[in-house]
Every structure is written in structure tokens, then in C-alpha cells.
Design a protein around this ligand. Structure first.
Ligand code: KIV
Length: 293
């Protein structure tokens, strides 16, 4: 069993320990994250933007999520992996949600699925969890519904908005979710939700009062240029480091300074006499070869 499970994550909340989560979409990065002590990975449908270059998450398909989820799951020995259910893979009915969540678990090896919504998706959460599949809910600013919000905006504002968000949080817990993502939620409200719930809350743009935090890894590594959401801190400037490395490679290839003897198989190189014989015979040999063909 992994070091991180639904049971150990719940125990972390009970002990007041913070939970760390990052998005991840590929095997190589998953292996690196898996060795760091980070508790959870989210294979988010944000991959529509970060890996596929779409403007939003809506075009991402179930098949694509399965491919990315499987690659990440193969890289994780200890980190708990959650796979996002893409737009229209669960909204239609609890039956549709269960069938697709089942496929995602069966065909990838992830540990849980995530879906967006509050009270309106509780029947879906009940159907999936009844089949033994852990579900992480996602409320607040839910990117699959950004057309309804009129853009990516803070949710849970005002007394009504706050009451609705708290009701959604209580409802997804009651339906059986083991965790809930709170995205772009006022910090005091997120802290209150966290206090009221027994399940773990994972915040993104929701302040420090949540049980855990999640960030998109390209954002926190500084790979997105100047497009940095307010809630992101860049823990490294890999975008700059990658640009410099790519430029250096380009210059060295063009200048003939890469590869050097160190990067070639010099020990198994051809004898000079063999090369000389080859060079001498090349025309005759080529003619012989061509006539055989
Ligand atoms: O898809 C995603 O990466 C997400 C996070 C932003 C929470 O849902």
C-alpha cells in the first residue's frame, strides 16, 4: 500500500498536519514528485491548457484523461493520485458518472477521481463511492462551468454566496466525498468550511486555512511567463532556465561544439584502415548492392 491513502490523509487532518498537492500530467514529472514527500497529485483537466494549448478545460476527453492518468500513475509509488473527470463525462446521470469513473480507475491505476460541483452532483458522488471509488469534490470556481460564472471569478461572495458554498461543502461530504477542492474562495470562508467539515479541504486561491493546498505545477515552477494567477507563488524560474538551456544547445550544435569526444562512442569506433577500405570500395559496393536489389 502507498504511504498516502484516504485513511492517512484523513489522519493528517485529524492531527492538524497540512497536506500538499500538485497537478501533474506525465510519468517523468510524476517520478520526481513521488520522491519529494508531496502527498497528492491531481491529474487535472487543466491539462487542456497546460499540455494541449486549449483556452479552457472543456474540450478534454475521457480518453485523453485516461492516457495522462495512466502515465502519472506509473510514476507514483507513494503519492496519492487523483484523476479529474472531464466535462460531460459525469453531468448526464449517476449511471454515466459511475461507468466513466469505473473506466478511469480500471484503465489507469489512479487512487481516486475528482468531479466539479456541489449539491447538483451528489447523486453522482453517491453512485461512484458506492462502487468503492474514492471521490474528491470541487466547489467554488469550477472551471468546467466558467461560462455560467462569466469568467474565472472568486465565488462564495456575500452572505448568500457564502451560505451556498457551505451548503455545497456539507452536501458533498454527506454524499461520501473523501475530500473537496475549494477554488477561488474568500479565505475566511474557506477556513470556516474547513472547520465544519470532517473530510479534507484542498485550497487553490482559498487562503491558508484549508487542510491542504494544490497548485498547477507549471505555474509554481515559473514556466508560464508573465501569466501568473494572484494565488500562485513561483518556487523556481524553470521557464527561464529552460529557455537558456535550449538557446545554449542551439548555439553549440550550430557552432559544432556539441557533441564532444565525451558524448561519442569513441571506444567502439571503426579502425582507420577499415574506413579507408570502405571509402575506396564505396562506389563498387553501392553498384553491387543496387544491382542485387
Ligand atoms: O484541473 C485542475 O488542475 C484543477 C485544479 C486547478 C484544482 O482542477
Amino acid at each position: 500500500m502507498k504511504q498516502n491513502t484516504v485513511v492517512t490523509l484523513a489522519a493528517m487532518k485529524a492531527r492538524g498536519e497540512k497536506i500538499s498537492q500538485l497537478t501533474c500530467y506525465d510519468y517523468t514529472t510524476a517520478r520526481i514528485i513521488d520522491q519529494t514527500g508531496i502527498n497528492m497529485i491531481l491529474v487535472g483537466d487543466s491539462l487542456g491548457m497546460t499540455m494541449q494549448g486549449y483556452a479552457d478545460t472543456l474540450p478534454v476527453t475521457l480518453e485523453e484523461m485516461i492516457i495522462y492518468g495512466r502515465s502519472v500513475a506509473r510514476g507514483c509509488q507513494q503519492t496519492f493520485v487523483v484523476l479529474d473527470m472531464p466535462f460531460m463525462s459525469y453531468q448526464v446521470s449517476p449511471q454515466q458518472a459511475l461507468e466513466n469513473a469505473g473506466r478511469m480507475m480500471k484503465e489507469t491505476g489512479v487512487d481516486a477521481v475528482k468531479l466539479e460541483g456541489g449539491r447538483e452532483v451528489c447523486d453522482q458522488i453517491r453512485a461512484i463511492t458506492a462502487a468503492g471509488i474514492p471521490v474528491c469534490a470541487h466547489i467554488g470556481m469550477t472551471p468546467q462551468s466558467y461560462h455560467t460564472f462569466g469568467g474565472f471569478k472568486v465565488q462564495g461572495k456575500g452572505e448568500d454566496g457564502a451560505a451556498r458554498l457551505l451548503a455545497d461543502a456539507m452536501a458533498v461530504q454527506e454524499a461520501g466525498a473523501f475530500a473537496v477542492v475549494l477554488e477561488c474562495v474568500p479565505p475566511k470562508l474557506a477556513a470556516l468550511v474547513t472547520k465544519k467539515l470532517t473530510i479534507i479541504t484542498i485550497g487553490i486561491g482559498a487562503g491558508a486555512g484549508c487542510d491542504g493546498q494544490v497548485l498547477v505545477y507549471q505555474d509554481m515552477l515559473g514556466m508560464n511567463g508573465d501569466q501568473i494567477p494572484k494565488f500562485v507563488h513561483c518556487f523556481a524560474q524553470l521557464g527561464q532556465a529552460m529557455t537558456e538551456a535550449f538557446q545554449d544547445y542551439d548555439s553549440q550544435v550550430k557552432a559544432g561544439t556539441f557533441p564532444t569526444a565525451q558524448q561519442t562512442y569513441a571506444k567502439s569506433d571503426c579502425e582507420d584502415e577499415v574506413l579507408a577500405r570502405l571509402e575506396e570500395n564505396v562506389q563498387t559496393e553501392t553498384v553491387k548492392f543496387c544491382s542485387v536489389v
